[in-house]
Design a protein around this ligand. Sequence first.
Ligand SMILES: *Cc1c(COP(=O)(O)O)cnc(C)c1O
Length: 414
Amino acid sequence: MNAVDAVFTSPPVSRQTFDEVMVPTYAPSNVVPVRALGLDVWDQAGKQYLDFTAGIAVTSLGHAHPAVVEALTAQAQQLWHVSNGYTNEPVLRLASALIKATFAERAFFCNSGAEANEAAFKLARKYGHDKFGPQRSRILSCLNAFHGRTLFTVSVGGQPKYTEGFEPLPPAISHIPFNDIAAARAAMGDDVCAIVVEPVQGEGGVMPADAAYLQALRALCDQTGALLIFDEVQCGMGRTGALFAYMQYGVTPDILTSAKALGNGYPIGAMLTTSAIAATFVPGTHGTTYGGNPLAAAVALKVLEIIDTPVFLTRVQEAGALLRRMLDALVVDYPQVFASVRGRGLMLGMLLADGYRGRAKEITKYAEAEGLMILIAGMDVLRFVPALTVSDAQLGRADQLLRTALDKFLAAPK
Ligand SMILES: *Cc1c(COP(=O)(O)O)cnc(C)c1O
């Protein structure tokens, strides 16, 4: 056996291996999942977990959804990749379906949320320059926003901890407090090419925008010709109980970005826009090797078909209401730990009370020990984004497991 074979075949690998072979960009749990079905996950030791993370709002149809597995494997037998020198049937069907389902008239595909936003920001800059001149470059975005980890998207994002050390950053980006209409008005100017906002901030702590705020941003853009970009990478694809959150708000963006749940775990991102704006990008201005690859497109088309039905979305609203009642009851029963519940649909967060600020991660560890996977959104918020297919029984089970975890957390010495 040569050295390369030894790496691929020799057992065992464990969480320890991560520290030995990976660039330490993450601090993963000691649990190493090996198999999953629906909301159930099994680790290397065979222990079972109830997954209320959905891989950070990605596997919205649950793990290994049979129709999605079928779409992927059927396409895998047919055609994987052709390059952008050719188009392909799945991507044309996916683009047509997304256009039919939304405000959009054109779609661009890529491989992640960051890339979808990168495309959106580049498009907004170029559109502004072409239409109004080179001074129209500035992008307005919100504090605590998260738009991805490329240098441009992380700079537009409003969390300094993610840009520190990476300077010099791309210029002409300003940050405004989220949900603050007066601040948005004050920051607006003729040099602004786009305002970007998450209709529900995810990483920033599960914070829904006020409808009046999104309406005000729309009005500001309409006054100057700036583009309104909604980053629905996390809150889109059924998560809030509508296909995209903008539909519930009744505010239509000029550009919408999607990723995460769009591929249910198969990497794909999308940028949707109007044909007038899309015309800014001509052959050669932007692209990516894998974007709109037949495998990803076939998966996303199936995911969209399943999610975008009234029955499915009504059930998301119902499950979201149930989860919210469950979390509200936890606030009542554990008032020392929790201050409030916020979010929309099946994208909910619990803000920790003052005495427990900074301890969200610790609580997730107790939950994991009980067999419940949950997320944080910042150090002070527990985040609940289960698969949209979560059953009432699974919601009840999560409630039990979380209560046990909280009791043990509270009984433990600090
Ligand atoms: C996760 C996320 C991104 C980045 O997506 P990646 O696929 O990790 O690049 C961008 N915007 C929002 C709102 C997200 O939640």
